[in-house]
Design a protein around this ligand. Structure first.
Ligand code: ADP
Ligand code: ZN
Length: 523
């Protein structure tokens, strides 16, 4: 072992109280201590912070950490101080005299680490100050913020490339938990990290079993899932709205589960109490909005269930990643239907965000939808999204365990598409299925759709099957959900070749819907 590695290990033990490094930590630290640049891609919770904190303690001078998360700086600095590390932060939440005191400490050389917001770092005044102190390293946290195409883009991040010009001899370490291959390349170029060693940890969580079921009475489906597979286990159930959280928690309680609600509408006291109980008690089910989970480190969460579709694969990965931290088998289980897509699109559409962000969000939602409708190994699809390849199907997701049958859906898809066309591109999948099935409904007669040529031409499939066809056509980009038309389905350019009979399409056959009450043991 080198002397450097020894002292890193000693610091790990003495300061942080851990006895060994995780994954690539030791190698990364070695590289930075030796003065080299690195780019670190590690999933959240992987242990990125130590990769710059320990080198900052070993190398002479102060470690300068750039972070866009002002809200988290205080917590990080408090935690470090409790460990005896001399840390401080500089951002807009400080009063001018507090900021001046931190700057003086920097000049006096009495700090190991300073966390700075990027907009402050890049001021000429602060750069001038940095000229007068010894710098151990620059750490650029959340490095994906430099990507113009990403959702977290920060214009100030672009200027961070200047650090290399001004301090070429100071090692730089860029870190992120979210970067697909194009984003990674963008980080390298914009931050002048061409010479940096890249450390890419796998995002795979092999002990998590991914499954998705068609949404059909989600609460009953959840109940059946819990009774069958997790009658006594701790887990998290995610719902989109506060109301749904409350209702679902009450529903589970009435069926004998210890379940608690958690969402931003509850008082801080209640939230704290529920969170503490979740961490302390065995077998508690937390029913929550995405407000719950940041920084929750409970190793034995046996399942994460989604009653509503997350808005992106990144969110899905983060949320399901809270299951099975102990490495033992755990479940990621979700119910999903086209209604979720319509709902999320509406939320995006109605938000105050800029057009550019909305487009990115829509794009991410498409990725999520593709994951739901895939006929391939879900883990392969997910890891691929994060720029990683898994050579063989995983054997631990629903499509691996029960391979999806596919069928020639060309004719069905053509009927489904022309039904949209004939009814004026103004309706959702439930109505369209009714027309295809030739249902005798007042609403259909009122619109005169009992007279269109697609009325009753789809009796060979069930309503469920038609809905599945529509979902898959949306996922494949042949149909889009029109938000101006209140979630109506519309044809896209890409549907034309199929309508003209020039191409064919294979569709997945969704497993026959199981009766919720039957199937498996009940408790
Ligand atoms: P990230 O920034 O990648 O999300 P953190 O740096 O916050 O992750 O680390 C996540 C958790 O793992 C923290 O509680 C941290 O103390 C812990 N941790 C990091 N490295 C080690 C290690 N080598 N041994 C044990 N725990 C570690
Ligand atoms: Zn698989």
């Amino acid at each position: 072992m080198t002397r450097v590695a020894e002292s890193a290990l000693q610091i790990l033990d003495r300061v942080f109280g851990y006895d060994r490094f995780r994954g690539a930590q030791a190698e990364i630290i070695d590289q930075v201590v030796g003065g080299g640049d690195v780019l670190v891609l590690m999933p959240t919770g992987g242990g990125k912070s130590l990769c710059y904190q320990i080198p900052a303690l070993i190398r002479p001078g102060i470690g300068v950490v750039v972070s866009p998360l002002i809200a988290l700086m205080q917590d990080q600095v408090d935690a470090l101080r409790q460990l005896g590390v001399r840390a401080a932060f500089l951002n807009s939440s400080l009063a001018p005299d507090q900021a001046r005191a931190v700057e003086q400490d920097m000049l006096d050389g009495v700090l190991d680490l300073v966390y700075v917001a990027p907009e402050r770092l890049m001021t000429e005044r602060f750069l001038g100050l940095l000229e007068r102190v010894e710098i151990a390293l620059f750490a650029i946290d959340e490095a994906h913020c430099v990507s113009q195409w990403g959702h977290d883009f920060r214009p100030e991040y672009i200027q961070l490339g200047l650090l290399q010009e001004r301090w070429p001899q100071v090692p730089r370490i860029a870190l992120t938990a979210t970067a697909d291959a194009p984003t990674r390349n963008e980080i390298v170029t914009r931050l002048s990290l061409e010479g940096a060693r890249q450390f890419v940890s796998s995002f795979d969580r092999p002990n998590i079993r991914y499954r998705i079921v068609e949404k059909n009475g989600p609460r009953q489906q959840l109940l059946a899932f819990l009774r069958r597979e997790h009658p006594q286990d701790a887990g998290i159930v995610y719902c989109l709205s506060r109301r749904r959280v409350e209702e679902t928690a009450a529903f589970l309680q009435s069926h004998g589960f210890s379940a608690l609600p958690y969402h931003a509408g509850l008082s801080a006291d209640i939230r704290r109490e529920h969170q503490a109980r979740f961490l302390r008690e065995d077998g508690l089910v937390m029913v929550a909005t995405i407000a719950f989970g940041m920084g929750i480190d409970k190793p034995d969460v046996r399942f994460v269930a989604h009653l509503d579709l997350p808005k992106s694969l990144e969110s899905y990965y983060q949320e399901t990643g809270r299951a099975g931290r102990d490495g033992l088998p755990a479940d990621a289980w979700m119910t999903y239907g086209l209604g979720d897509v319509v709902m999320l699109r509406r939320i995006i559409e109605d938000s105050e965000a800029e057009e550019r962000f909305k487009r990115v969000e829509m794009h991410k939602l498409d990725g999520m939808l593709g994951y739901c409708e895939t006929t391939e190994c879900r883990r392969q699809v997910m890891l691929n999204y994060f720029g990683e390849t898994l050579d063989a199907p995983c054997g631990n997701c629903d499509t691996c365990l029960e391979p999806v049958e596919t069928w020639d859906g060309t004719l069905a898809a053509r009927k489904a598409l022309s039904c949209i066309h004939r009814t004026g591109q103004r309706f959702g999948s439930a109505y369209l299925a009714d027309v295809l099935l030739g249902k005798d409904l007042e609403r259909i007669r009122r619109f005169g759709h009992d007279q269109v040529s697609t009325f009753g031409i789809g009796k060979d499939l069930s309503a469920d099957q038609w809905r599945s066809v529509y979902r898959q056509l949306v996922a494949a980009g042949l149909i889009e959900v029109d938000m101006e038309g209140y979630g109506a389905l519309k044809l896209t350019e890409r549907s034309r070749p199929l309508l003209r009979g020039e191409t064919s399409i294979r569709l997945r056959r969704d497993p026959e819907r199981r009766k919720v009450s039957g199937g498996g043991r009940s408790s």
